[in-house]
Design a protein around this ligand. Sequence first.
Ligand SMILES: [Zn+2]
Length: 419
Amino acid sequence: MGNQCIICREETDNFSDEHVIPDALGGYYHIYTVCKSCNSDLGSSVDAKLVNHRFADFQRYLLGLTGKSKKLPNPFSGTHHIAQDTNKKIQLRLDEEGKPAPYTITNVSYEESENEGGGTRVSICLDASDEKKLDGILDKISKKLQVPIEQFEGIDRSVQTIEKPNIKCSFSIDLAEFKIGLLKIAYEFSVDTVDGYFTDPSAIEVSKILKAADYDSVEKFVSIGTGFDHKLFDGMRDYLDVESKKHYLIIAGSQTHGLVCLIHLHGMFSVGVCLSKLPYPDNLAVIGVNDIHGKTFRKVYPEQLLQEIYAPPELRFQYYFPTENSLRGFLSLQTAENFDFCRTATSYPVFDRAGNYLDLDLYETMKASEHLVTSESLEDGGIAHTFPIQSELFIKIMPSENLVQVIAVREELRQVSKL
Ligand SMILES: [Zn+2]
């Protein structure tokens, strides 16, 4: 990439701190390969579509994410109605504690009396908190009707309280344009993570779409799911803590399907982005974990994933006893308090029938029968693989140093955490 901005693809020294996931959504993934001018354009025409989306407003409100403005968004903004009195237009404003409180929008209506010489009937409806504005409103009405206030007749100031108002809200929800914000996240994550993606013809096309904020071309790439379908992540619930306050970005390569990025923004959006149809290595997989609470972002690779979510493997053996006596002998040894197998820090030394030490690694021996492995899920999370042992080998029981023949090894991987 050299000194090329990954969005406009021009040479520059003027790079800036780009949030791959907008900071208003609790994003902590920074890259420094976007020029200042593109960064600012992305903020206003790409990120804004995500950040100001109604779903994002609700989530930011619930998570207390204020973003740059240091102000909580009001997800209830707009003009609503009270079901008990459909003529009443109200807003839901956030009070000091951030709770939504109904606010009646001031409304003045005029009705000409049909009686002879009847005059005009004026109704003023305003929020109780606006009572002090009433005199000003009366003043304006007086000027409009060209009648001095002193000549107003029968002024009735009544206060109406609606207990437990049933508020009918109507919202508009963007179903398309916000996807450009997800395309940007997928693109920047891939360019930053996958060698060679930047020069992929699809990557060049995506950078043009982002640069031009070309909303109409986004769906060609953001083509998996509606954007709101969290089922996309059901298959990964064992590994990802989708209930926690985390965003996940997953990139996966395939020789046949190209490059795909799955995005799960906590409580907001889940989507799949097809970044390229060219072949990418099948073993290419990276998970980006953005922890809103911990204020961190990190990339996790498959080897790390296994180490993090599973405890060190535990081995259990299946034995072969040629006679009933040998079985009984083993069982009585096994009940001894100091029963153990001869073992090293990481494995078990193996022996032949005569007790000669064999220079064989138990794991290597297990791997030799990988094609015969049977696997099952463990009840409380994790997986067990059973490897049949095809050669004749023995392990040593301590402290008696008796030998016992092993015919299969069960490797249990207990899951201890999620990403
Ligand atoms: Zn640029």
